[in-house]
Design a protein around this ligand. Sequence first.
Ligand SMILES: Cc1ncc(COP(=O)(O)O)c(C=O)c1O
Length: 469
Amino acid sequence: MSRLSADILRTDPRVREARRLLAGAVGDVQARITGIRAPDPALSVQASEAVQRWGELRGAPLALPYLGSGVGRGPFVELADGSVKYDMIGGIGVHFLGHGHPLVLQAGLDAALEDMAMQGNLQQTSLALSFAEELLGLANARGAGLDHVFFTTSGAMANENALKLAFHRHRPADRILAFEGGFAGRTLALAWVTDRPAYREGLPPTVAVDYVPFFEPTDPRGSTDRARAALRAHLDRYPGRHAAMVFELVQGERGGFPGDGEFFRVLMAELRDSGVAVMVDEVQTFGRTLAPFAFQHYGLDDLVDLVTVGKMTLVCATLFREAYRPPTGLLSQTFTGATASFRVGLAVLRVLRESDLFGPDGGNARVHLRLAERFEQMECRMPGGIRGPYGIGAMVAFTPFDGSATAARAVVRRLFEAGVVAFTAGHAPCRVRFLVPTPVVSYADLDAVADRVEAVIAQGPPGEGEVPP
Ligand SMILES: Cc1ncc(COP(=O)(O)O)c(C=O)c1O
């Protein structure tokens, strides 16, 4: 039987031995990472200069003084200043398997043995096919009719591609519907879908967007009625002009605002009746709610036309129904993703499929519950210090002090110094959020993180000048 050279290479005893040695070397340095560690004074100055210098070169200071050393273990990450911190944000939701996971090392070594660092639309290996089958398998597990998937390199580009498919199918429609407070990315078109005027200051209008109010948990009935009425008014004002409505089912960048199944169903049904595509942006929600896709969590499988994923999948993707199949030339880019991204992303998809992450008693729910218990205790002990938690599953947020940007930024800074990497989200209120690497955290880790939050809040609201403007 003929064998591919690639298979001969992968099973070469020297390669096997090299893998064993590399795994051993990585394991040895990981064994040094046993918990949070303060910066090493011998490294701090150089690391701080590197952070300053990089901020200067990129033309904007880094949001956190974070430069990784390249080594980590589970929820722990070692930084260039020698400190070790709990990483509760994972580069805003990218590293769901934490740091230095054995599957990531294996995937990286597999990728290193291949002839191409990048996969693209013209030249690719069968990794693209495996990834497509795995992702579509997860997406259609409960009956959604998503037939196709197109890969790209960012969540924003996956959304751009979805919008193109919607505009093309519903041509000559020229408008989009989106939720108030939603986030969809930062391209010239998405700067208008994203409802944050500050993020499009000085940018020309590219796409006309009509906004619909989001779900309000304190008034489910009223907020559903208001959203439906707003949607109807937009559809009536511009008949036949809307190509799609963008659904961010849990508003992550706004600070962890979950929606509601019935609320979404009412709007999606209205859109379907009006011939407008239902596009669900799962760039942040994918893998983090109580089902692999948030549209499954909310039971909307029968209503979705276009779905986008990114972040933890590493390879970003637009999934779509047959009716949205593109003509030649509408979608294409040089790159679909790095070979290592395909391999690591595949490992993530398998973890999602095989681990106990979902359902009311799954890992994501347990993470949320554990932190919720701790935050509720803190709220009782320190009223006015903390409110929350908000979000769902592995998306966890809290409002510190008065909910001002200054308060949230100060708490993020203090947490960083105390050994926990978190980030801000939203405005009015501005929150602190975690995107928890569920597969690699224990209750002990969550408790240790909560202890740091408590200590930081106990310091009281930020003083004058604590956070730079
Ligand atoms: C809901 C949502 N959509 C799209 C994006 C954009 O993804 P990317 O930053 O990979 O372009 C993000 C990023 O935070 C997001 O949260």
